[in-house]
Design a protein around this ligand. Structure first.
Ligand code: SD4
Length: 343
């Protein structure tokens, strides 16, 4: 029987603990702070996306719902390069990639998807309603339409039309290096648009932990502007553009997708966190690996990783200056500048 004094002591302790956020331990002994939701996402457009995610997280909702809702905000942004308003491929078509992953290692992905406004929601339907993980191209579109997603008009946004016409003047076979203009210091609020009129990035990656200490992640992109038709980057690939392990942490990537895929980027970061590295140190290790592989060519590419562990610690690392991420918790909402290897 619990005596009265012990009961009062216990109640006082648990009351205090719930004020701070409860502590719990996952299977591998990693401490989790429950009751302290957090969301982080890549680039300046992450601020608005995090607000979208907070409509779910702030009410005690599930991280999976938050990361879907959050990046849907960016998919609709007019002045952004994620979603149907984005730059097209070399043949003038916008093709979209997205993936999502939850705390049970359920995951879903779509790639080379055309004329659908919310690829992230189609990715979630793939996860929840099919026996598969990935659907691509016309099959993904057919599935989306069968699920009730409207087929939008095939039309470039005015900004993308202008960018495409500019690009057509030279029609260079090689698409511009992704995010490399970020070498310029744009400060914490990396704008969606650079002074040159080019877009700053084409992707949003988001990872979150909810009040139950469960994690999920999402990633959605138009890929590389003026890419070869049919090209996929890392963003729709589980383990490359996104990875979640609810015992350890979650990571998402941005930048030159080909070089993220080469090192199974987000998965590698999570595995390093499993070995005890902090999110920032884990991101840095994988950035170093990419630089080692690329040698002198590393100066021409940008890659950034963004990670969150079960303690709610977060961190990022990039090859070049210019990467930043947005964070939102109960107590703060701000941009953080990522550390980087090269000026
Ligand atoms: C890709 N990783 O398709 C994406 C591009 C990106 O900001 O992150 N752009 O390779």
């Amino acid at each position: 029987m619990v005596n009265r004094r012990k009961f009062i002591q216990f109640s006082a302790f648990t009351g205090f603990a719930s004020l701070l956020g409860k502590r719990a331990w996952s299977a591998d002994g990693m401490e989790t702070i429950k009751g302290k939701p957090i969301v982080i996402s890549t680039w300046g457009s992450g601020l608005a996306a995090n607000k979208g995610a907070w409509e779910v997280l702030g009410k005690g909702g599930r991280a999976l719902d938050a990361v879907e809702k959050g990046v849907m905000v960016t998919e609709l942004e007019d002045n952004c390069c994620v979603g149907l308003g984005a730059n097209p491929d070399r043949d003038g078509f916008v093709t979209l990639d997205a993936c999502i992953m939850d705390e049970f290692a359920n995951c879903g992905s779509v790639a080379f998807l055309e004329r659908i406004k919310h690829p992230i929601s189609v990715a979630r339907r793939v996860m929840e309603k099919t026996p598969h993980v990935m659907l691509v191209g016309s099959g993904a579109q057919q599935f989306a339409v069968a699920e009730g997603f409207p087929l939008e008009e095939q039309k470039l946004s005015p900004a993308a039309q202008k960018n495409y016409e500019n690009w057509l003047k030279k029609s260079e076979y090689k698409p511009p290096a992704i995010n490399i203009e970020n070498k310029k210091d744009h400060g914490p609020f990396a704008p969606n648009k650079l002074e040159s009129g080019e877009w700053n990035h084409d992707t949003i990656g988001m990872v979150a932990m909810d009040t139950n200490g469960n994690m999920s992640g999402s990633c959605t992109t138009s890929g590389a502007g003026f890419k070869m038709r049919g090209r996929l980057g890392d963003s729709p690939i589980i383990g490359a553009g996104l990875f979640v392990d609810n015992e350890v942490g979650a990571c998402t990537a941005t930048g030159q997708g080909e070089d993220v895929i080469r090192v199974a980027g987000s998965h590698s970061v999570v595995e390093l966190m499993r070995q005890g590295l902090s999110p920032e140190a884990a991101c840095k290790k994988v950035i170093e690996r990419i630089i080692r592989i690329k040698g002198a060519k590393a100066k021409d590419i940008q890659v950034g990783f963004l990670a969150l562990n079960k303690k709610g610690q977060h961190g990022a690392y990039a090859i070049h200056k210019g990467f930043s991420y947005a964070i939102k918790t109960n107590d703060m909402e701000k941009m953080i500048v990522s550390k980087y290897m090269m000026e």
